[in-house]
Ligand binder design. Structure first.
Ligand code: C2E
Ligand code: MG
Ligand code: MG
Ligand code: MG
Length: 282
């Protein structure tokens, strides 16, 4: 399509750029309607206690079934929704959906929900969460909000005040992806967390990089000395599991113990005997 002139390359480049911009704008626009068109859904991944392999909670993970693009993962569309603001409406849907799902479980396990920094900085977040808990009837102690270090970079006083209010309500706060952001150890002193999650990049690096094990060891020791339970994410192999058990971590989340899957309340998904998720493989 580009003309065979000196300007051709530039024209071609512009056309590509134009297309990329248009595709992105289309996605932004589609995301604005995704909730109303019922294209979003949640999968649930178990957190497991390594001592007895029992499921001790689930993390809700957002998926988008796009009519043309098929299944789109949150790493692709959440950043776009954050930039365009639709994450606010989407995040509210996620909270409401996850809480109404959790009240249907036959065991009162906690449900974890990821909260975007954009969503977290809304002044009325507290009222929205309190309202959702009231409407759905979920006990506040069963809701865990996962935030990343990115949240802690803005308005630290406001963030701290919000975390304190949420905890007084009974909601738990989890530090997600610990060690990957602009972390400062003083964050753990300043902000009242209930749990630390070690990012899956450290777990993956266990296979090739001895430093990863040293970092995991240090995070586990740090968490435990602050009386915080520590979860290792992204555990895919028996070997990784053994290493993190040897380092003293008691909770894991990863493909080895369970992939994200069907809502636990879906028929037959949650076996009442041991709470492990049984799911049909895709
Ligand atoms: P995250 O909060 O760290 O969630 C864990 C991610 O690790 C999930 O990716 C999960 O599927 C993946 N994972 C779990 N076990 C394994 C494993 O053994 N190996 C590997 N390679 N990966 C594993 P997913 O579902 O693609 O989500 C990616 C990120 O998108 C999440 O990271 C979270 O930050 C964000 N996200 C997901 N749902 C929501 C949501 O409802 N709202 C917001 N704001 N962000 C969300
Ligand atoms: Mg998470
Ligand atoms: Mg997260
Ligand atoms: Mg994480």
């Amino acid at each position: 399509r580009a003309k065979q002139t000196g300007k051709g390359v530039a024209c071609f480049f512009d056309a590509d750029m134009d297309q990329a911009v248009r595709a992105r704008r289309q996605m932004e626009n589609d995301l604005r309607h995704a909730v109303a068109r019922r294209q979003l859904f949640l999968e649930y991944q178990p957190l497991v206690d390594v001592r007895d392999n029992r499921t001790i909670g689930y993390e809700a993970l957002l998926r988008w079934r796009h009519p043309d693009r098929g299944l789109v993962g949150p790493n692709v569309f959440v950043p776009i929704a954050e930039e365009s603001g639709s994450i606010i409406q989407i995040g509210e849907w996620v909270l409401e959906e996850a809480c109404s799902e959790a009240v249907r479980w036959n065991e009162p396990l906690p449900v974890s929900v990821n909260i975007s920094p954009v969503q977290f900085l809304l002044p009325n977040l507290f009222d929205r969460i309190a309202g959702i808990l009231q409407r759905t009837g979920l006990e506040p102690r069963r809701l865990e909000l996962e935030i990343t270090e990115a949240v802690l970079m803005h308005n630290r006083e406001d963030v701290l005040a919000m975390l304190v209010r949420l905890r007084l309500l009974g909601v738990r706060i989890v530090m997600d992806d610990f060690g990957t952001g602009h972390s400062s150890l003083s964050n753990l002193q300043t902000f009242p967390f209930d749990k630390l999650k070690i990012d899956c990049s450290f777990t993956a690096a266990l296979d090739r990089d001895p430093a990863a094990q040293a970092i995991i060891r240090a995070i586990i020791a740090l968490g435990h000395s602050l009386n915080l339970p520590v979860v290792t994410e992204g555990v895919e192999t028996e070997r990784q599991k053994q290493i993190i058990i040897n380092e003293g971590c008691l909770q894991i989340q990863g493909f080895l113990s369970g992939r994200p899957g069907l809502a636990p309340s879906a028929a037959g998904a949650l076996s009442p005997a041991n709470g492990t998720l049984l799911r049909a493989e895709a």
